[in-house]
Design a binder for this molecule. Sequence first.
Ligand code: COA
Length: 180
Amino acid sequence: MAQITTQRLFFRPLESADITQIYVDWLNDPEVNRYLEVRLSKHSLESCSRFVEAMNAATDQNLFGIFLSDSKRHIGNIKLGFVSSYHARAQLSLFIGDKTCWRKGLATESIGAITIWGFEQLKLMKIEAGCYEQNLASLRAFLKAGYQVEGFFRRSFILDHKRVGGFWMGILPGEVLRGL
Ligand SMILES: CC(C)(COP(=O)(O)OP(=O)(O)OC[C@H]1O[C@@H](n2cnc3c(N)ncnc32)[C@H](O)[C@@H]1OP(=O)(O)O)[C@@H](O)C(=O)NCCC(=O)NCCS
C-alpha cells in the first residue's frame, strides 16, 4: 500500500513494533478516552496487539497509525472502518493519544487525508462519523474537514452517569476539503 502523507503527517498500517506501552497508556488515559468507547475496558500490550491483528486481518477495516513526518513519532490512530462494499460507505474514527499534539490542526489534517484516500482508493461514495455531543474538538475537526451534521442521537450514551446525545456526520466525495 502506498504511504498516505500530508504536510506534517504520514499514515501507515500498524506493525507489532508500534504496540508500545506509550500506545497502551493513551487508551487508558481518562483525558484521551473520555469520549471513546475504549474507556469501558482496561488495555494492555496483549489487548492492543490482538486489536491491531484483528483490524489488519479484516477486509472491512482500515486502521492506520498517525505519525509525525519530521520525528516519525506515532501520535495516534485513525480508522476507516465498517466498510460496506455494497453501499460504498464507511465510518471514520480517530484519536490523537499524544496530548502535546492536540490543538495543532492535526486531527483536521488526518480526517482530510483519510477521507480523500477513502473516496479515491476505496471508491467510497459516503463517509460517516459520530461523536458525543460534548466532544466539541471532534465535532469541530470533522466540520473543518468538510463533514456536515446529518443527525443527532438523543440521550444515546452514558457519560459521567448521565445520558447524553451524539452527533452523526457525513461527507460526500464532492465536499472534501483539500490542502488542510
Ligand atoms: C478530538 C481530537 C481528535 C481533536 O484533535 P486535535 O488535533 O486537537 O484537533 P484540531 O487541532 O484539528 O482541532 C479542530 C478544531 O477543534 C478545536 N478544538 C480542539 N480542542 C478543543 C477542545 N478541547 N474544545 C473545543 N474545541 C477544541 C480546535 O480549536 C479546532 O477548531 P478551530 O480551528 O475552529 O479553532 C483529539 O482531541 C483527541 O484525539 N481526543 C481524544 C479522542 C477523541 O475524542 N477522538 C474523537 C472521537 S469521535
